[in-house]
Design a protein around this ligand. Structure first.
Ligand code: NAD
Length: 270
């Protein structure tokens, strides 16, 4: 009997979708059981291998997630907020592990993911890499150790196609810094300075986003104090770090009770 966990990839034509297919293929204990794209996408109906420019692999790109989810025990979802909330309901009905990498979700979208997590395992992270999740823990500790005399700025850069800002990772880092200080990011975040801003507010956490070229993802957390600066930095050079993390979350989730989990749970950093 085949013990491999059947995994579906939604949004397979995307930058991350393609990586997720490779990550499932290289992972032990996982196999690809189906892939989707949005209705109307030119890949729908085609063999995935051929759509990727190679030989056929016998996996057809579909546009009906319900049918694909019926064959799966986990779904890897790096698409767009409107698609991810629709997938969350279907994944919860089918009791699949839903691994959500999509960023830029609004509060109403978060509520729908929370509702889905009452019935199924949802693992959600703005960044699925081990390095960034370690950086999050370090940021929390450094922020707690230094106190409000050190100004905190989170600076990120991504490729020119990214549609949301600040990045999901920058928000994770900002939230960790805020948690280290015992405050809520929403109350202290200073986003998008422009014009006559006046001096920096004490205790603010600044967020700045740069966009350009093919940058996979770079994040700095700057602690600027009197006479010194500490800079914590993560540089992603290969999207496979996120894809491998997602597959790991899908396998880990098979053994968990329904609920909303973060990558720190998967990695045992909690
Ligand atoms: P992308 O635009 O290249 O890919 C998204 C894909 O989803 C597209 O091919 C699109 O056609 C498809 N899609 C949209 N609606 C769909 C639907 N209803 N059904 C099926 N497919 C649908 O974007 P990307 O660079 O791959 O990033 C995707 C998301 O993942 C973004 O939100 C990004 O910020 C996030 N991301 C997260 C991490 C992480 O570690 N959490 C890492 C990288 C990117």
């Amino acid at each position: 009997m085949n013990q491999e966990v059947p995994i579906a990839v939604v949004g397979v034509a995307g930058r991350m979708g393609r990586m997720l297919v490779d990550a499932v293929a290289e992972a032990e204990g996982a196999r690809l059981c189906g892939v989707t794209e949005r209705p109307g996408h030119p890949w729908v109906g085609r063999d995935l291998g051929e759509a990727l420019g190679g030989a056929p692999i016998g996996v057809k790109v579909e546009d009906e997630p319900l049918e694909v989810f019926a064959r799966a025990r986990a779904v890897l979802d790096f698409t767009a907020p409107v698609a991810t909330v629709a997938h969350a309901e279907l994944a919860a009905q089918a009791r699949l592990v839903h691994v959500v990498g999509t960023t830029g979700m609004a509060a109403a979208d978060d509520a729908r993911l929370d509702a889905a997590a009452r019935h199924a395992v949802v693992v959600r992270a703005g960044n699925m890499s081990l390095g960034v999740n370690l950086l999050v823990e370090l940021t929390r500790k450094v922020a707690a150790a230094l106190g409000p005399d050190y100004d905190i700025e989170v600076v990120e850069m991504h490729h020119r196609h990214k549609v949301d800002a600040p990045s999901g990772t920058a928000l994770m880092l900002g939230e960790a810094a805020a948690a280290g200080r015992g405050v809520e990011l929403g109350q202290v975040a200073d986003r998008g300075r422009d014009g006559q801003t006046g001096p920096r507010a004490k205790g603010a956490i600044g967020m700045a986003a740069l966009r350009g070229g093919d940058v996979v993802g770079e994040h700095d957390v700057v602690f600027a104090g009197p006479g010194e600066r500490i800079i914590l930095r993560h540089v992603a050079t290969d999207r496979m770090i996120f894809a491998r993390g997602a597959v790991r979350a899908a396998l880990w989730g098979q053994e968990q009770k329904p609920g909303l989990y973060a990558m720190r749970d998967v990695l045992g950093l909690g």
